[in-house]
Design a protein around this ligand. Sequence first.
Ligand code: DGL
Length: 272
Amino acid sequence: MQKDTYIGVFDSGIGGISIWKEIVELLPLESTIYLADSKYAPYGEKSQDEITQLCIKNTETLIALGAKIIVVACNTATTNAIDYLRANYNVPFIGIEPAIKPAALQSKSKSIGILATKGTLNSRLFSSTSKRYTQEINTIEVIGTGLVPLIEQGKINSPETRELLTSYIAPMIKANIDYLVLGCSHYPFLLPILKELLPNQVTIIDSGEAVARQTKAILEQEKIIHTEIAKPAKHYIYSNDAIDILEDIIVRFRESGQIPQKIDIQVAYKDF
Ligand code: DGL
């Protein structure tokens, strides 16, 4: 693999593929490498030190494979480890954080819900962002315990997932939220069920598109963006656990037109 060629993306598992998709759509000339660290998921229940160690492993794997920029497509990893990564590695890092700011600014009911992992909600970065934007806002923070493992197992539409979500959003509905922030990159997979369960006036927001735009901006700023087709983009998606769910997701993305039919994607197992 060529050095300094790829947009590297990692997550604790399959969740960040929702962000990878936005990047591929926005930057069609760029090649990517995605690491699904499913063997060590979920990150959300781990200590900051454990999360940082996993982020170091993923970062070093991506750099060795030729990443020129790294997208930390995981709220838990970003809120716990991005400062460490930026201080210790010589590539630009893009992080993802719960989109509290747009939700707080646009909320009319002045009540917003945030569904995220324990690791994200307990992080210093999250609490300082939250403090900055939600002074006048009632925020209902709920830990999505158990959701990431269910999504990793492909049990997205299961009764168990539905039951958990119903209980997690109940206090939010009671508090009359009009925005729900998805503060975990796995949760966009739950959008169809959430839309069914939430009242119509609730807008659901996640940070996927914003992360893709920021990735483009930093590539331009650092002058490492591809502006012409040197050779067609190639995408490698690696998991250190079963790959069947990722393969299914890619088929569904192609079938529904969320990614172009023709792009070259290789999904494979890799030990990292
Ligand atoms: N996708 C990760 C996030 O955005 C999931 C965290 C986990 O593995 O618990 O936070």
